[in-house]
Design a binder for this molecule. Structure first.
Ligand code: HEC
Ligand code: HEC
Length: 320
């Protein structure tokens, strides 16, 4: 129906599919230190309370795993999660996907979930795009972005997944055309070395990267500028357009830091109004997850957005 939609949500991947360099992949690869590949072997994930708490926070708020891996009631504004969290869900062409794309059950269930997966298998799916069976994962699983996830954070995610109550529920397999599968092969790449945690001063940028703010709000195509937005994403109720998040653009101009934080925290009390055709039902951006982000983190993201330079050739984007 809207065959371009999935590419929007994985703009970085789409750019690579088109055979052009991915501008927003640049800062990430620069951050990776030149360490020999042997050092990439992750140490086994051990769990302590702080690590489990960090993992829960990442899974339930910043990384929003449940936006895709949980069933959601899209007939209602914001698409609240329904049923058991992380027990698997599929999306099809009504969301612009080239087939049926299924984010599997990742609860601790041994048969249908990740109960028997090794830490290494989970880390590989998360950051390198390889499924347990060795297949290349469809890149709406945000592994291209999560190459930037620090070792510490990736381990915390794995530790938390072990604690997610088991749900014995099978997920159908992803079914995409062979030509699409062939196109995505190059996207799954091993990490070249350890990924260090960001400096305190880079927290906002790091969160805007791993929270996919930069990806979704980044525009599309080889000339896309960071945070220029403007991309329509298909939903069953019609497209939702991603706004730009530049300091002087329509959203952020005049929006103070407190008001910015309030837009997120307000989602803790959103009433479940019905979704309507042609209305922005807020089904694309995972607001319900981001509402749980720590205020400090939202503030860091805001300050990072304020520091993003105006794009070159601003005149070509009159809205910004
Ligand atoms: C934007 C949607 C989306 C988000 C967010 C997301 N995933 Fe996924 N994930 C998918 C899809 C779709 C697949 C299956 C891809 C395929 O079948 O090719 C997948 C696959 C996986 C797999 C591999 C399963 C297998 O069968 O090999 C694991 C593990 C996984 N996700 C874990 C996570 C975790 C942990 C998070 C949060 C930190 C997360 N995902 C967030 C969409 C998502
Ligand atoms: C999956 C894509 C996606 C992701 C990820 C995403 N956004 Fe959005 N965002 C959208 C879309 C679509 C809209 C417009 C519809 C809406 O308001 O939900 C939007 C709207 C917004 C708005 C405007 C809200 C308003 O009231 O006008 C802000 C601010 C925003 N996003 C910030 C962020 C931040 C910060 C992050 C990362 C923590 C983020 N977005 C991640 C897709 C996304």
């Amino acid at each position: 129906m809207h065959p371009g939609g999935w590419k929007v949500r994985i703009a970085a991947g789409a750019l690579m599919l088109a055979g052009v360099a991915c501008p927003r992949c640049e800062p990430d690869s620069k951050r990776e230190p030149a360490t020999p590949p042997a050092a990439a072997r992750p140490a086994p994930v051990d769990a302590n309370a702080a690590k489990l708490e960090r993992g829960r926070y990442l899974v339930e708020a910043v990384l929003a795993c449940g936006a895709c891996h949980s069933e959601r009631d899209t007939t209602r504004y914001g698409g609240p999660v329904q049923g058991a969290p992380l027990a698997g869900a599929c999306q099809g062409p009504e969301w612009g996907f080239p087939g049926r794309v299924c984010a599997p059950n990742i609860t601790s269930d041994a048969e249908h979930g990740i109960g028997r997966w090794t830490d290494e298998e989970l880390l590989r799916a998360l950051r390198e795009g390889k499924g347990r069976d060795g297949r290349t994962l469809f890149p709406s699983m945000p592994y291209l972005v999560w190459r930037s996830l620090s070792d510490e954070d990736a381990h915390a995610v794995v530790a938390h997944l072990r604690q997610v109550p088991a749900v014995a529920r099978a997920t159908p397999r992803t079914e995409i055309p062979e030509a699409v599968y062939a196109d995505i092969q190059e996207l799954a790449q091993p990490l070249e070395g350890p990924v260090p945690a960001p400096d305190a001063s880079a927290q906002g940028q790091y969160l805007a990267t791993i929270g996919q703010c930069a990806l979704c709000h980044g525009g599309m195509g080889p000339d896309a500028q960071p945070f220029e937005g403007g991309v329509p994403v298909p939903t069953p109720y019609g497209p939702e357009t991603v706004p730009g998040l530049l300091p002087h653009g329509d959203v952020l101009r005049g929006l103070g830091e407190d008001a910015f934080v309030a837009r997120f925290t307000a989602w803790k009390d959103v009433a479940p109004a019905p979704s309507r055709e042609g209305q922005v039902n807020k089904l694309v951006m995972p607001w319900g997850f981001f509402a749980r982000m720590h205020e400090d983190d939202l503030r860091a993201v805001y300050r990072h957005l304020q520091s993003v330079p105006a794009p070159s050739g601003t005149a070509a984007h009159p809205g910004e």
